[in-house]
Design a protein around this ligand. Structure first.
Ligand SMILES: [Zn+2]
Length: 457
């Protein structure tokens, strides 16, 4: 029998597929043709059946799906990294952080947004993150598309800053148009991106959330999302202050209110959700909504603002929990799964490394409504694949590859990153463009942003 042909084969790999059954092939291989995975299985079977144009030998190391970061303010990538380092002395860091952010965000023009997303793309890809969801905070979503064209990552974007009320959260940006008429008129403009089935940058619906929108706007946004079969995304209940603000305006707990007005559904993707009271678990579980857990955001703002994290418990009860970094301040993409693990352990709870890897891959695809074609290593899905290397001591002796790579080595073992069948990172280096060019642009942009915000140094 003649062998079938494919473009690329990854062999000698410990493949963790993140499929529904949790299938692993400790001695596995993957065949890729064009953009798609055409076969995955035991190395012996795949190598017998398929002839490949080129082969990657994984050296027995871990291979997993491309990671999906479900909450990242793409065009503020450098903002969080440039705020000053201070002791909050037990006080709420929120207002201080917001003030530092505001000057830098108000300085963002198209060129500066592009510089931010370019550096983000490099950071993501070298960390094995192949897809990012922006919550509608890129003033010009085309800058995300341009950076994606250059670097090759995937993203989902939304119409920027649809707000018609003022909440306690950061929302007063010079470039953000405020008001219900503007918001209702602009809902859904990014969805045109979904007409191209091969588009790397797609569209969903976001409102800012956490006090910045009315019931009317939220319901209108959800309706547009339902009609287009896309995700409806917003920030919600990050801290005790946010939840109590909603308690006052709704006269009840926000998730109870949202269920009652008919806002909740399977395409809802709510970010943070750290503060849930006992009567809010039911609405979350009954609706099938997805939560984006931001573990490093949680610890940055600290115990003062948080209650015990509900995520391990909700995960056990079957709620779809995904992961998002939000904005990189004192932690990066590689820290997400470790921090989530540590937060759970710290509270006497447990989420396994395998489940954390699922949260950061297939669960993100489910939340986006993309799981039919993305998020796991299965024949018929797009070839978004991360190949790890074994060049650090943390992954030896080779015994529990998922724990060793995602918790101990973090991003350090990301070697080869493939999106849509194309190798974008090889040997830890970007293939499509010169990394130095991105760094130079980032440095110049950083200087401009600091100057605008009056941040010295
Ligand atoms: Zn956010």
């Amino acid at each position: 029998m003649a062998a079938k042909t494919c473009d690329l084969m990854i062999r000698n790999a410990h493949v963790v597929t993140c499929d529904a059954k949790g299938t692993k092939y400790p001695s596995g291989a993957i065949a890729v043709r064009g953009r798609d995975i055409v076969a995955v299985g035991r190395s012996a079977d795949i190598e017998k059946t398929w002839r490949a144009g080129r082969t990657i030998d994984a050296g027995g190391s871990l291979v997993h799906p491309g990671l999906i970061d479900m909450h990242y303010h793409t065009t503020y990538h450098m903002v969080g990294k440039m705020i000053a380092e201070v002791d909050f002395g037990g006080q709420d860091p929120g207002p201080w952080v917001a003030k530092q952010y505001l000057g830098m965000i108000d300085a963002l023009d198209d060129d500066l947004e592009y510089a931010n997303v370019s550096l983000l793309g490099l950071d993501m890809l070298k960390s094995g993150v192949t897809t990012v969801m922006d919550p509608g905070s890129a003033f010009e979503p085309e800058m995300v598309r341009l950076a994606s064209d250059a670097l090759g990552f995937r993203a989902s974007v939304a119409d920027p800053f649809l707000m018609d009320e003022r909440g306690p959260q950061l929302s007063r940006f010079k470039r953000a148009k405020f008001g219900r008429a503007h918001a209702l008129k602009n809902l859904g403009r990014q969805l045109v991106r979904n007409k191209d089935p091969h588009a790397k940058v797609r569209g969903h619906i976001s409102v800012y959330g956490m006090g910045n929108d009315s019931d009317e706007l939220r319901l209108a946004a959800k309706k547009v999302a339902d009609k287009a079969h896309v995700a409806f995304n917003m920030h919600q209940s990050q801290s005790v202050d946010d939840a109590e603000f909603d308690d006052r305006r709704f006269g009840r707990h926000p998730l109870v209110h949202f269920e009652d007005i008919g806002l909740l559904g399977k395409n809802c993707v709510f970010v943070h959700m750290n503060v849930l009271r006992p009567d809010e678990y039911g609405p979350v579980e009954r609706s099938g909504l997805s939560i984006v857990w931001s573990p490093t955001n949680s610890w940055y703002y600290g115990a003062r603002l948080q209650v015990k994290t509900p995520m391990p418990r909700l995960h056990k009860s079957g709620v779809n929990i995904a992961i998002g970094l939000d904005v990189s301040k004192a932690a990066s993409f590689g820290d997400q799964m470790y921090t989530a693990y540590a937060l759970a352990r710290d509270q006497g709870e447990y989420v396994s490394p395998d489940d954390l890897l699922r949260m950061y891959s297939i669960n993100g695809a489910k939340a986006l409504g993309w799981s039919k074609w993305l998020g796991s290593i299965e024949a018929g899905k797009r070839a978004d694949i991360v190949v790890r290397n074994s060049d650090v001591p943390e992954v030896w002796p080779r015994h529990n590859p998922v724990r060793q790579h995602v918790l101990l080595a973090k991003s350090r073992t990301v070697d080869t990153v493939i999106v849509d069948g194309e190798v974008l990172v090889k040997g830890g280096k970007l293939t499509r463009m010169d990394e130095a060019e991105i760094y130079a642009r980032a440095d110049a942009a950083g200087k401009t942003m600091r100057r605008a915000a009056g941040i010295s140094g």
